[in-house]
Design a protein around this ligand. Structure first.
Ligand code: SF4
Length: 445
């Protein structure tokens, strides 16, 4: 049976569970040596967060600020060095510490100039002990900051993936998304990236921009495809286009129309990429089928055992997720960065959430189910000793009733084509009551 009433398709992008709005101050402020005691450390992920951008894109809800006055980047790198030293001390030397992946994210890591990027790599290598040239290293960049000197540093230090936030090749759409840019500048940045020795190029595009049509969306898709990037991400816009809303007296009608437009653009994008030799990895991610394998897939660093450095980065052990304070409002973000650069003692975890067995199971299920290849039931049983249908029967039956689960053997739980399109409506159903309550009680600032 397929239910006629569908939930709204764009509710919550679950890029990490639990969301930071479910974190709270940790009253006992545990020392990092205690937090990491007994944790596996043979294949950690390292993530360095740079919270600076040249402009604030209209669609952005990430932890970042515009500009960095008064040598703030220098002070930020000084603080990163102190934090890295404290974390490395917390990990101790009783067992070897090995990093399996590394990533620089933001913000815009390439907001840093070439010398500062060298410093950033030095922190990863010399303080944390990551062998950047031997492991996958992913870096995010914007077109104006993807300059030849910065790219040369990154390539020389071992970057294997460069992700460029293009969003749209159509100049009017870039303006509508509050990220004005000239197409010629974007193409020049792509040329510079392809001229370096960084093997994987990812291009981010956004659909649902005010004024975007099927034809103009195709222009961006084809412009991206012309570079044969190894990966393409298609993101739905989440910030409502105000002019679109203004066309209607009834906001509910406007929302429905926008949902249908985004669903249509998604399907067009997916079909066009798949017709051009790409495989779907998730609702957002597409990989060129003939791209050389690049080792671990998880560039988003959501696996257990992650060290996040920087004031917007999270760290994960098996039983605790932690970070610094969180905000999206500009003034609050600036205050958190100012506090971070003034911090001398980084030896404790301050904000976070304890991850018990139930939350770990929800996280595992969400992160597997929202991937096109789905959840291997045997893996789930091995890790949690139970069956996902016993743990999440009502939620999974609701997906099946809507036709969102593919017909597979009993050993794989996979979303159908329709289910993948509704990925952002699926996540919240699997949040625990406690996480839901914490997110609802969080006062956004
Ligand atoms: S470049 Fe990225 S992080 Fe910076 S404002 Fe734009 S979307 Fe946000």
């Amino acid at each position: 049976m397929i239910s006629a009433v569908l939930p709204r398709p764009y509710q919550n992008y679950v890029y990490a569970y639990p969301h930071k709005t479910a974190y709270r101050p940790l009253p006992e402020r545990p020392a990092l040596s205690r937090v990491w005691a007994g944790e596996p450390r043979s294949a950690l992920s390292l993530y360095l967060h740079i919270p600076f951008c040249e402009v604030r894109c209209g669609f952005c809800n990430l932890f970042t600020r515009v500009g960095a006055p008064d040598e703030l980047t220098t002070r930020y790198l000084d603080a990163l060095t102190r934090q890295a030293g404290a974390v490395r001390d917390g990990l101790g030397d009783a067992e070897p510490v090995r990093f399996a992946t590394a990533a620089f994210g933001g913000g815009t890591p390439t907001y840093l100039d070439a010398d500062e990027l060298t410093r950033l790599c030095d922190i990863a290598e010399n303080v944390m002990g990551a062998d950047l040239r031997a492991i996958p290293l992913s870096v995010e960049a914007s077109p104006p900051t993807a300059t030849s000197d910065r790219l040369a540093v990154l390539a020389e230090r071992g970057a294997t993936r460069l992700s460029l936030g293009v969003q749209s090749f159509v100049e009017a759409e870039a303006r509508a998304a509050v990220r004005p840019q000239r197409r010629a500048d974007v193409e020049a940045a792509l040329g510079r990236i392809r001229a370096t020795a960084i093997p994987v190029l990812n291009i981010d595009l956004i659909y649902g921009i005010d004024g975007q049509t099927a034809a103009s969306w195709r222009v961006s898709l084809d412009a991206a495809l012309a570079w044969r990037p190894e990966e393409i991400y298609l993101y739905p816009l989440y910030v409502r286009p105000l002019t679109g809303l203004a066309r209607h007296a009834d906001p509910a009608v406007a929302e429905q129309e926008w949902d249908s437009e985004r669903l249509a653009r998604y399907a067009e994008g997916r079909d066009h990429l798949m017709a051009n030799g790409y495989e779907q990895v998730s609702m957002r991610m597409f990989r060129r089928a003939d791209a050389p394998p690049q080792g671990p897939d998880d560039y988003a660093c959501q696996t257990d055992g992650m060290i996040g450095l920087g004031c917007g980065a999270r760290s994960y052990t098996r039983t605790l997720h932690y970070s610094f304070d969180y905000a999206v409002d500009m003034r609050a973000v600036r205050g958190i960065i100012d506090t971070y650069v003034a911090t001398t003692d980084f030896g404790s975890a301050l904000h976070g959430r304890v991850i018990d067995g139930d939350e770990a199971a929800r996280r595992h299920l969400l992160q597997s189910l929202l991937q096109a290849q789905g959840l291997a039931v045997a893996d789930y049983r091995t890790r949690f000793g139970t069956d996902p249908w016993d743990d999440f029967g009502p939620e999974l039956h609701a997906l099946a009733d809507r036709g969102w689960l593919a017909d597979t053997d009993a050993e794989t739980l996979r979303l159908s084509e329709r289910g993948l399109a509704y990925s952002d409506a699926i996540g919240p159903d699997f949040f625990s009551p406690a996480v839901r309550a914490a997110m609802a009680a969080y006062e956004l600032r």
